[in-house]
Design a protein around this ligand. Sequence first.
Ligand code: MV4
Length: 510
Amino acid sequence: MFKKILIANRGEIAVRVVRACRELGITAVAVYSDVDRASLHVRKADEAYHIGPPAASESYLNVPKILDVARRSGADAIHPGYGFLSENSKFAQACVDAGIKFIGPTAASMEMMGSKTRARQEMEKAGVPLVPGTSRGLESAQEAERVAAKIGYPVMLKAAAGGGGKGMRLVHTPGDLRAALEAAQSEAQRSFGDSEVYVEKAIVNPRHIEVQVLADEHGNTVYLGERECSIQRRHQKVLEESPSPIVDPEMRRRMGEIAVRVAKAAHYTNAGTVEFLVDQEKNFYFLEMNTRLQVEHPVTELITGLDLVHLQIRIAAGEKLPFTQDDISIRGHAMECRIYAEDPDNNFFPSPGKITLLLTPSGPGIRRDSGMYEGWTVPIDYDPLLAKLIGYGTDRQQAIARLIRALNEYFVGGIKTNISLFRQILRDPDFQAGKLDTGYLDRLLSHGPKLDLRDSGGAELAAIAAGVFAQLEAASAVPNNGFSGNGSGPKSAPDKASNWKRTARVEGLR
Ligand code: MV4
């Protein structure tokens, strides 16, 4: 087993990996940029090394610097987390060349999945269901017109080097195809330095459902159920859950077996995720494979009882998977809210700054993976994900109830967060009925003001009144006259905690 692991990441995921190291008796090494000197992952690790200025390109993406720290610290492995260098095949190879184990798949697997056309070619050979389309770059507008006419409109143009929506164009009619192709190609060139674009039939209002896989270095590959990830905004996931409300055991087995086939065709090792688009008839099609641990891995951990980061480390150390597919069962329901430093009332604009007060939820069925603490300043330089709040229960309804309860306990002062968005989602009848697709969140957000007092039954108005009173009281030092209590406690005792509680609730409604 490894003695020391360098974590080439920051924030909540670096903290998550430190925790796994601690549990396995492995020394955890953190790295940090100028603005992360006082960050939580640095405080939790056993050792920490400065790697440069705030710009990620000069710190968390600086391969020579990170390998230098690995050598100096005596680390025998590197965990890349997600984002940053996690899907960089050159980095994975550079680790191998430096004699340091990269905790993830091989550079060859990462390269195959990095090119969407190459992945389509390989998966076609392996008999994996694909959305109808081409598996090579389009050579001309004429070719695009011919293929589109054959598969039928609408079609989707996609960058071969893409993923995450960049260089993608939806085309409804033949007349729009030529201009869209040129736009997609030049965007792909600008974004990825590669103008290759291919075409697929567009699936209208698909769901995004992904399957977690684990593969050891001895040829054993298993699937760990699916995650429903349809709730997203501008290709940024917002809420994920497992199991998916539309996947039954038979569909889970079929998707899982295809996901294992994808992994085997890529000679995949370690943890990975196979993404599918699912149409309204529940047909599923391979979309891409993410060759990293994902943000939403905790929902899978909660319904399988497995620790994915432990398993990643054990697999990388050469151990065999300690179970087979038949040993894996899913139990209960888990749902994750991604808490971002974003202002939902200002077009989800980033909201960095100092966290002046932090009240954190816990209790039955709640897991919180967080990179923040009270007094910490959220830097503007990186992804605004602050924390993940995950609710777990025996069924979906209980997971939702626990999350709503926990969100009401959550208060982050000093910056704006998207906590209120989750209250809106979780109480929405369509969400509660599991009626989800990738257009869900845009529809919800276009339904006008989210605080609709007409159907609030007065509870929200009462909460606002209480909050306003608390604010006035704090601002002008109005003596506490007993009316600010919650009705259950002694009226004469000034109660700071309940003032904050009300403020938190009102904050949550904003
Ligand atoms: C699609 C699609 C519909 N039809 N492909 C968006 C990100 C990229 N990785 C793939 N994406 C899509 N590909 C076909 N043939 C719709 C999307 C899509 C989407 C996919 C997953 C999650 C959210 C999405 C939001 C908009 C569009």
